[in-house]
Every structure is written in structure tokens, then in C-alpha cells.
Design a binder for this molecule. Structure first.
Ligand code: PFF
Length: 466
């Protein structure tokens, strides 16, 4: 670990920071509405299977590449001697920049709801949500604050910034979720919500459900864009990679599952349909909170949106760290200059997303993808490109690279550093097998299916599954 790059000071610090990257809007905002759209428990089952079977091995590969090279995703492939494969790093940089550009806007919605509710203002229903997001000056202001906070932490470096923030925010987040679940369980119809969430209807599993569950698993675990290569590059050689990856996966999946225990009782207590899409949390939950009365409503509502903001914050930090590490390592710019420069650039890239939810009609109806009924906003389109397309492609390339280019033996050697027992264990065999066959095949297929579906309107998966 070179002095100027710094590193995580403890193993738990690394696990919390990486889990902080993973746990985010993806778990608390996106997961419940995907479950709602995907028919409830059937989606949950698919998501869990993908996280453990497919994503966990990719996470191990990413951390290993990072720790071996102690470099950002572009530099990592170069330093292993495979300059051409640094295309994975560039793809990751592009994904990170695109994701942060819109993620920061959604984070600003959450943070703004927190401030509003604290002031006794509840935006209830879809229309109020629409009016809220259309106020681009206000949301823009919150987005600036969120980005400044993110850049501030990243500018402080790994142990003094990212690790410290995660050590405070992650335990707080956990306590807030548990408190809200206990409260949600006391609401009328809570059991109906749990039933929807926990009893699978396997007939609900259709093609789009399968690949949106995979996309969700990837996005949720921050995989496929080199975020974990970057965090892995700050990990000490005596850290056990496989067990760290297992802990990170468990925390992330655990928080997503817990978020469902909180959201569905809330939603069903109001007799609301759970398939409300991206507005599920923003449009419906304020009504739930308001109905709790002045004091309790403000406390529970503000707590919820603060929780969402914290979760988003540890993720925006990791999203900004990826391009920052690249500029620091490859262009020898100081961390402070690199991170503020990159933050400003990404904020600018995010302006069309900011304007696409009500402020500008043309950005709001930016593009109509083939086979869909309505044009989608710019923000959603960036999500389709980065989350649904680039991440599975990145994951596919990382799996192929690790086993067939860098080679299994070198990968296993890196795993054995800091883990005396991994050699010859079933876990190592499984990770090797998954990265050799399951990940390339499934991720390759899903990538092709997604491209055909989203960009050409051809439903390959439905044709296959009938
Ligand atoms: N995992 C984050 C979430 O679930 O909200 C999103 C994310 C963060 C994706 C960092 C990718 C990444 F590199």
C-alpha cells in the first residue's frame, strides 16, 4: 500500500465501507418497487438466488483484482499486463459517472423530503411528487449540497474520510431500519403486506422479472463497474477476501430484505397497490406518515427519509471514489483536486436528469424505447444504459478476464493471501466454477437479452420461456 494512496485501517472498516457502497437507494427505494412490479415474493427468491450464486463470485473477483494491483480499475488491468482489457476499467468509469449523475438527483429528492417533513410539509400522492420534482431550483440546491458532502468525504481519503463515514452511518442506518420495522408491524394490514412479500407465486416469474432481478442484484451489490476493484485496492494483504465478500453480500441482502419488512406493511396499511413503480416510496409513504398525526408522523417520516439519505450517501461516496482514484493514480493529480473536479463534472452531466422530472417536457419525454407504451424521462434512460446494460456487461467481462486471461491459478493465489484455509476448499471450487461457467453464460445471455429488449423491442426471454 503506497503512502499517498492510503488504505482501510481495519478489516471491519473495509467491510462497512463496501457494504455502505452496496446498501443504498437500490435497497430501500428500488428493491421494494421492483418487488411490487415483479409480483412480490417470486421476485425476492430470484433476487436472493442471483446475489449468492452469481454476484458473490464476481465480487470476490473484483476485490482480488483490486487488491492484487492496488490500483483503480483502468490501471489495474494495465498493471497485470493486459492493456486492452483496461477497456473494462473505462466502461466502469463511464458507468460510475452516469450512475452518480442521476443517483445524486434521486438522493436529493430523498434529502429534500427529509427537510420538508421535518418542517411539517408532506407531499402526498403522485401529483405532489410530480410538483416536487419539477421544482428544479430547489432539488438542484439539494443536489449541490449532496454532491458537496460526497466530495468532502472523498477528499479526506480512505481511512480519514470513507472509512470514518461508513463506521458512523452504517450502524445508525441499521438501528433506524430496525426501529421502523418494529413500528410498521403494529400497523393495520401489516400481515397482508408480509404475505405479498413472503409467499411466492411462481407463476409470476416471467422473462422481464428474471432479468430485472439480475439487474437489481448487480446494481444493489455495486458490481460490474469496478467500485469493488477500487475499494479492494485499499485492502491489506492479510485480509480474507472471500469472507469479507460474504459479509458484504450478507449485509446488503439483509438490508434489502429488511427494507421490504418496513415498506410493505406501510404500503398495505393504506390499502395502496404495491406496483406503483419508482414513485412507490416518494408518492405513497408521505401519506402513510401524515396519517400518523402531527408529531409521530413527523418523527417517523423524517427518520425514514434520513435513513434513505444516509444509505444513498455511502453509495455516492463510492461512486465518486472510482473516477477520483482513476485521476489520482493515472494522472498524478492530488486527491483533493481530482475529487472536486470530478464531482463538478458529474454534477453537470446530471443536469439533464435533474430537469427530466417535470422541469423540461422534452427531457421528460426523452425517448420511447421500442416495445414500450410511453416515452421515458432522461433520468430513466441513463439508468437503462448504465444499470441494465453496462453493469451486466462489466460483470461478464470481469468473470471472463479473471479466469481465462489473468488465469485461475493467479486468482487463487491472490485469494490464498490472508486466507490460509481457502486452498482446496469447496468455496474456492465454487467461486472458480461460477466464474468459469455460470457467470459468463448467464451474464452474457442476460446482456444480449437486455440489449434486444430495450433497444430493439425484441423479447428474446419471453420467447425462450414461453
Ligand atoms: N449499490 C448502490 C445501491 O444499491 O443503491 C448503487 C451503486 C453504488 C451502484 C455504487 C454501483 C456502485 F458502484
Amino acid at each position: 500500500m503506497t503512502a499517498q494512496r492510503g488504505g482501510f485501517s481495519t478489516r471491519i472498516g473495509f467491510i462497512l465501507a463496501a457494504a455502505g457502497s452496496a446498501v443504498g437507494l437500490g435497497n430501500i427505494w428500488k428493491f421494494p418497487f421492483e418487488v411490487g412490479k415483479g409480483g412480490g415474493a417470486a421476485f425476492v427468491v430470484m433476487y436472493l438466488a442471483f446475489c449468492f450464486i452469481l454476484c458473490f463470485p464476481v465480487m470476490v473477483a473484483e476485490i482480488s483484482i483490486g487488491r492484487k494491483t492496488q490500483l483503480n480499475p483502468v490501471g489495474a488491468f494495465k498493471s497485470l499486463g493486459y492493456k486492452r482489457w483496461s477497456i473494462i476499467g473505462y466502461l466502469g468509469l463511464a458507468s460510475g459517472i452516469l450512475i452518480l449523475s442521476f443517483y445524486n438527483v434521486v438522493a436529493a429528492w430523498a434529502f429534500g423530503y427529509f427537510i420538508d417533513i421535518l418542517n411539517g410539509q408532506f407531499s402526498v400522492g403522485g401529483e405532489a411528487f410530480g410538483a416536487y420534482t419539477a421544482d428544479w431550483i430547489k432539488i438542484g440546491g439539494y443536489a449541490v449540497i449532496f454532491m458537496i458532502g460526497t466530495a468532502f468525504v472523498v477528499s479526506k481519503g480512505i481511512s480519514g474520510g470513507i472509512e470514518k463515514a461508513a463506521k458512523i452511518l452504517m450502524p445508525t442506518l441499521f438501528i433506524m431500519i430496525l426501529g421502523l420495522i418494529v413500528y410498521a408491524m403494529t400497523l393495520p394490514n401489516a400481515m397482508e403486506g408480509l404475505k405479498f412479500y413472503l409467499v411466492p407465486e411462481f407463476s409470476e416469474i416471467t422473462g422481464p422479472v428474471v432479468y430485472s432481478a439480475l439487474g437489481q442484484a448487480f446494481f444493489s451489490l455495486s458490481l460490474g463497474m469496478g467500485a469493488l476493484i477500487t475499494y479492494g485496492s485499499y485492502v491489506a494483504k492479510d485480509n480474507n477476501i472471500v469472507s469479507s465478500a460474504a459479509s458484504i453480500t450478507l449485509v446488503d441482502v439483509g438490508v434489502a430484505v429488511l427494507a421490504g419488512f418496513m415498506i410493505f406493511p406501510f404500503v398495505f396499511s393504506q390499502g395502496i397497490e404495491p406496483n406503483g413503480g419508482p414513485g412507490l416510496i416518494f408518492a405513497t409513504l408521505p401519506g402513510v406518515f401524515q396519517s400518523l398525526g402531527d408529531v409521530l408522523g413527523i418523527v417517523v417520516g423524517a427518520l425514514f427519509f434520513l435513513l434513505l439519505s444516509f444509505a444513498a450517501f455511502t453509495s455516492t461516496i463510492s461512486l465518486l471514489e472510482v473516477p477520483t482514484a482513476y485521476v489520482v493514480d493515472e494522472h498524478k493529480v492530488s486527491r483533493t483536486k481530482a475529487c472536486w473536479g470530478v464531482a463538478i463534472a458529474i454534477f453537470v452531466v446530471g443536469i439533464p436528469s435533474l430537469l427530466s422530472y417535470g422541469a423540461s417536457e422534452s427531457l421528460g419525454e426523452f425517448i420511447q424505447l421500442p416495445g414500450t407504451d410511453n416515452p421515458m424521462p432522461f433520468l430513466d434512460f441513463v439508468g437503462v444504459i448504465a444499470n441494465d446494460t453496462f453493469l451486466p456487461l462489466g460483470g461478464f467481462l470481469i468473470a471472463v478476464f479473471t479466469i481465462y486471461v489473468w488465469r485461475k491459478e493467479n486468482f487463487n493465489k491472490e485469494l490464498a493471501e490472508g486466507d490460509a484455509e481457502i486452498k482446496g476448499s469447496w468455496l474456492q471450487s465454487y467461486v472458480n466454477f461460477a466464474l468459469s461457467y455460470i457467470c459468463p453464460i448467464l451474464l452474457g445471455v442476460i446482456f444480449i437479452v437486455t440489449v434486444f429488449d430495450k433497444f430493439f423491442g425484441v423479447k428474446l426471454m419471453s420467447m425462450l420461456l414461453g
